[in-house]
Write a protein that binds this ligand. Sequence first.
Ligand code: BES
Ligand code: MN
Ligand code: ZN
Length: 490
Amino acid sequence: MDFRHQPTTLAGVASVNADALLVVLVGSKVPSELPPPLVKALQAALKQGDLALDGGRSLYLGSLPGVKAPRVAFAVAADASARAVKAALSQGLAQLKGLGGRQLAVWLAGAGALTEAHAEAVATAGGDAVYLYRHTKPSAPAASKLARITLLCTRADEAAVSYGLKRGSAIVAGVTLAREIANRPGNHCTPTQLAEHAQELARTMKLKAEVLGRKEIEKLGMGAFLAVAQGSEEPPRFIVLRYDGAAAHDAPVVLVGKGITFDTGGISIKPAAEMDEMKFDMGGAASVLGTLRAVAQMKARVNLVGLIPACENMPSGRAVKPGDVVRSLSGRTVEILNTDAEGRLILCDALAYAERFKPRVVIDIATLTGACVIALGHHRSGLFTPHDALAEALARAGDAALDPCWRMPVDAEYDEALKSNFADMANVGPRAGGAITAAMFLKRFTDKLRWAHLDIAGTAWKSGAQKGATGRPVGLLTHYVLAQAEGGSA
Ligand code: BES
Ligand code: MN
Ligand code: ZN
């Protein structure tokens, strides 16, 4: 989709050339920045009880006398925040869904000066509204005809709006890629196919890609990763992607994404209910690919590395068993007490591998624990790091992207749960605090790194009628990496 801006006067809003006009009404009063034909229509709608100025309400009006665009819709935002405006945009876009228009103009009435965040919200709401999974569903409805969204603005707001749309457009491309890859069923997104997506991305965005197979992974000594992979007929892949946007001596940001293309639990097998959703267990990997897509599209002056250990977690005669001890790339041994705690096993070897890039920061992204879903639900991702400035920078990036996270503790006391009589550590602790002990396990492999961990088990996909990948946390990560490119130190 194409996003543009257009400086307009108040009278220009009514005469804008578009197939549809979506007017976001900000606040609980009739905004003064509304041209007369729209004021008239709004007042009639309010009087008839068809619309109220309450956040979340919306109304489709069709054509209006005095307005050139043949379709008009209103959507109400509770306040002028980007969050409220995005929620209103989603409602308004739903009103226009399935109609014929190709070009949509958007006017934010009563929002005051438009910011980058407003413009980005227009782009991301548009991207979310038109994405539809089709790859294995020939009966899916025809793709949306909406091809262009033009945000109307004043001359004074032009620079902010233009940059916000550019960033929003990059995030939409990244989120859409992440959603598409994560939505593909396990038999259509094997480790091999995930690596092919990475190579395809490298071709289109001019990244460097390297894909290691089982032999090379063995040679490196990634015994923890290989223990998870050994139960599957599908060969593992270790994917390395590089975007070089800065000088070669500039230390890179390294993103590590959990790429379990299907998690049965292995010998510690999961119950059948909702096990299909474990095809989303490569959501971290998908978000790494999406972020590389967005950052490369922005041509950001930063070096960015993506690392993805990819395999299936399956039970079989060759599968790793509870009690087995394996040797990780770091040289330390792990007693695998529960084969369903496999994410941390593939990530610990990827974190050890990350050291060779001498990174400025390493962030791993993983659908790691059901316990994180219990702790934080589906709104905020879990953020774990011992570094305060890094925690703040990531939290700020999440807020700015409307893709929020929440910091969780990593106190040394939690680490004791990982003691083992037969290896340097166990891969699980007790049930209580499960998201934290998982983070503590990873933390053991990050002594030489500035590291943060994002547990996206509750945010990477939706269950139920709206089942599907969200593309999170591509927005958060893109904001963070762009801030690094602009000289951020945290
Ligand atoms: N991929 C799962 C985590 C998960 C479960 C995410 C449910 C979203 C919904 C992970 O590999 C896993 O199975 N974790 C176990 C860890 C436990 C065995 C310590 C879990 O959370 O139950
Ligand atoms: Mn598991
Ligand atoms: Zn898993």
